[in-house]
Design a protein around this ligand. Sequence first.
Ligand SMILES: [Cu+2]
Length: 183
Amino acid sequence: MSLTSRRFALIAGLALASIGPALAAGMTDAEVISNATSAAPAAVGKNATVVTFDDQMQMKTLQQGSNGFTCMPDNPASPTNDPICVDAGGMAWLTAYNEKKDPPAGQVGFGYMLQGESAADNVDPYATEPPAGQEWMVDGPHVMIFNVADMLGGYPQGEHPDHTQPYVMWPNTPYAHLMMPVQ
Ligand SMILES: [Cu+2]
């Protein structure tokens, strides 16, 4: 994920950016749902809860799901289309990120970003722009495992990892997670 830091921030009523209001501008609820659920395989997106954020940063549910997944639409503050769908563990991790708290112990999370994503930085989970002189990190379609920060030693942890193979986003932070390209 980058998940992009901005989206998360927003979620918290803070900043993974301003996903919400800008995104919804000019889009119908059906279009937002379609964008959000495109992050996951169709069979998952169809039965997922879809949420977005209003201009007060309050979470708004556009579709009530039944399979434990929650999808969020593109973060308009990042340069690429990056909707995301996460399971309950992924949502717990995302909420902790937003609130700048430690993720809950012992709860692994999973997420899909099948449209890819862009992240500002692989070092600072809360960066909203790339460091001076650097570009946004752009990932293709991928899945993610969250809340396994202390079990990722075997995967690349660098500042500029190879994005074509599994790597750790935001290494050495509580929000380290495994990014796994699927294309
Ligand atoms: Cu991702």
